[in-house]
Design a protein around this ligand. Structure first.
Ligand SMILES: Cc1ncc(COP(=O)(O)O)c(C=O)c1O
Length: 341
């Protein structure tokens, strides 16, 4: 029973079928196929605004290209210090952007402390050209801790971005989970809150190697197409990525899958919240639970798979996916209750 990662979940059958359906004869390469051509229109409908859509194979590529577009090589990007961007991309954002400096800000519950962010920005510029130019704020939604930036926090980010003349990027590897949890149109949480670029993830939520960088601000499209090629991410058989994204958006499949994942996480949380310590609020599809070490070992023996969170030996991360079975969650809950008696 796998609660280790939504990356380990299978591809949703509807999306797999879309790949098979796209596998008919020849079509143009490098994004000039009929699926890729239709994709931008679909995203425009989804967001209700103009946007440029760049299909990609990984979230790291989406994030790194976003930073490269939003900041000059001598710029700086502000992000949560333990974000995927800063901690788990092996320097790709710096590499793709020819050296943008990532500045990590800490905070509670996996989110940037917005007072600290503002304080850092207010104190930058003192050394003029000796400092990197503050250029972009990047947040993760939902966060690596399974939490969500609220509408009020997004308003504050917008205020900060405007005050300091920055761009705003969302790492949306799990944006579907955030949209499903907040139950708001995605536009309300993105461009209407001043978001300039969104890494729109689909892989974790049922697709196979399908992500998109969505650019809302025409000022920063710049040289995206050449940057993508130079980064090795201009996919020749792009139709297979675009066909997945089209199927993912059709009939709100992306939200149905995310709602399923989130509701498994909520079921788990509601069942144990009065008896166990959750390290972060459970707001999307992840739960971080503190347990006695002996219980953690026993759970593994009984066939439950999960990560022990780095930096601790008694906190486990449980990820609920679009294909998590409710019976497996029930089994996990009952086993934890029994082992903790
Ligand atoms: C928060 C976050 N951002 C981005 C990614 C994208 O990673 P990848 O490059 O493996 O697709 C991940 C994957 O684990 C993630 O958790």
């Amino acid at each position: 029973m796998n609660f280790r990662s939504d990356n380990e979940a299978p591809v949703n059958p509807i999306i797999m079928q879309a790949i098979i359906d796209a596998n008919q004869g020849y079509d143009e390469s490098y994004g000039y196929d009929k699926y890729s051509e239709a994709l931008t229109e679909e995203f425009k409908q989804l967001f209700g605004c103009w946007c440029e859509v760049i299909p990609l194979a990984t979230g790291t590529a989406a994030n790194s290209l976003a930073i490269a577009l939003a900041a000059p090589p001598y710029g700086s990007a502000f992000c949560f210090h333990r974000s995927h961007l800063n901690a788990d991309e092996c320097g790709a954002p710096e590499f793709f952007s020819d050296g943008v400096k990532l500045i990590g800000i800490d905070g509670e519950n996996g989110k940037i402390d917005l007072d600290k962010l503002e304080n850092t920005l207010a104190n930058s510029g003192v050394h003029g050209e000796h400092e990197c130019l503050p250029s972009v704020i990047s947040i993760t939604q939902s966060t690596e801790a399974g939490t969500i930036y609220s509408s009020e926090e997004m308003d504050r980010l917008l205020e900060i971005k405007n005050k300091y003349g920055l761009y705003l990027h969302i790492d949306g590897a799990r944006i579907a989970n955030a949209v499903a949890a907040l139950n708001q149109p995605i536009a309300e949480m993105t461009w209407k809150k001043g978001v300039d670029l969104l890494s729109f993830g689909a892989t974790k939520n049922g697709a196979m190697m399908a992500e998109a960088l969505v650019i809302f601000n025409p000022k920063i499209i710049g040289d995206i197409k050449r940057r993508r090629k130079r980064a090795g991410h201009l996919i020749s058989k792009m139709r297979y990525v675009s066909a997945q994204l089209l199927a993912y958006l059709k009939d709100h499949l992306w939200l149905k899958l995310a709602n399923h994942a989130n509701s498994q996480a909520q079921y788990f949380y509601e069942s144990l919240k009065n008896s166990h310590k959750f390290v972060y609020p459970v707001q999307a599809n992840e739960a971080f639970l503190q347990l006695p070490i002996s219980v953690i070992s026993e759970l593994r023996v009984k066939g439950f798979e999960f990560h022990i969170w780095p930096g601790s030996n008694d906190i486990i991360r449980l990820v609920f996916s679009h294909s998590t079975k409710k019976d497996d969650v029930t089994n996990l809950i009952e086993t934890i209750v029994n082992l903790c008696k």
